[in-house]
Design a protein around this ligand. Sequence first.
Ligand code: ADQ
Length: 413
Amino acid sequence: MAAPRVLAIVLAGGEGKRLMPLTADRAKPAVPFGGLYRLIDFALSNVINSRYLHVIVLTQYKSHSLDRHVSKTWRMSPLLGNYVAAVPAQQRVGKHWYLGSADAIYQCLNIIEDERPDYVVVVGADHVYRMDFSQMVEAHITSGAEFTVAAIRQPIEEADQFGVIEVDPTDPTRIKAFLEKPTDPVGLSDSPGEILASMGNYVANADALVAAVTADAENVSSRHDMGGDIAPYFVERGTAGVYDFLRNDVPGSTPRDRDYWRDVGTIDAFYEANIDLISIEPVFNLYNDEWPLYSGYTSLAPAKFIHAGAGRLGHAVDSVVSPGVLVSGATVSGSVLSPGVRLHSWAQVTDSVLFDDVHIGRYAQVHRAIIDKNVSVPERVRIGLDHDHDRARGLTVTESGITVVPKGTVITE
Ligand code: ADQ
């Protein structure tokens, strides 16, 4: 039997308000993560490793840096018609931007019509995880559902951030009810402290999805949301399936990171997920060559550590260090350094995440901080050691005490 034709749609228009100020002038999927990556690279690596090579990325909010990243990093060989194309909201069907994720798909129906896929894989762009979507497509086809939702157990306290799935007791492949972000969730019968959450990844029969988003576009009371409106539409029709993420078996995954899936939706969650990469046995393993994670850096020099003279030991321990980093007579521990970071003599960086091209001057100290792209920390300045002072400088300090230095900040003292 010929392989089914699959079009992958990556929803990348989210604002990521809770990640402010990191999303002040970039979309959430464009936020850097783990030194070398942007958040969208995880979804796109999963799609490409699943061998789906016809991919559209729907962008909207502050999409310039995302569009640039997608076109630079994810340029595909046009052989066999392969492509990863960013599609910005373009008011194709009316004088409005994408109203919600379902409207974003509706506004791109011309692409689906041109492509004529059998199945459409729709995935979010905000999560860190590995997943083989071809296994989910196979399960979808076998189940006979029109629309399948990927699902993972989550703590019941977080139910209001997710679409919550109730599985049909008479057929565990079908969804009986789907509630988007309920405030009064009911726990699972075998685990009352958990709910079954939608991961925001869907597989649909292409014609059924086209019909659903078209009907949704005409529904004036709809929020035009994949989770809020399209999943319940298929539940109502009795054709919504569920795919348990734990069935997904990605080559090379370890018992520890097999079921890893994180929405790094808040600064604290974002910080923790970055710092976790450093641990000896991280819960998410970047070093799985069988399911590579692709990123945009190809022409950087190696990282270099320079002992710059007496007492100026240039070193980093327990850290993730990207290419293009220069640690000259400075000490680094427990930190994630992105490409182009420069650290000068006697500087100390501990438990911090530094984005691209951050410069740390002599004798400066940075502790439990996230420093956004291109920021220069002048000589002797201390960040993250006195939270009142950090706040007085206009920096964000999170509940758990992470100081965030936004892009473009000029620190004088
Ligand atoms: P949320 O993440 O809250 O819940 P949403 O804000 O719609 O839903 O984001 C989903 C994805 O769509 C993200 O990747 C986002 O970037 C993108 N997106 C949002 N608006 C868009 C638009 N107008 N155009 C293009 N892309 C857009 C969703 C589901 C829940 C599920 C959680 C899992 O609605 O049911 O449980 O994801 O985190």
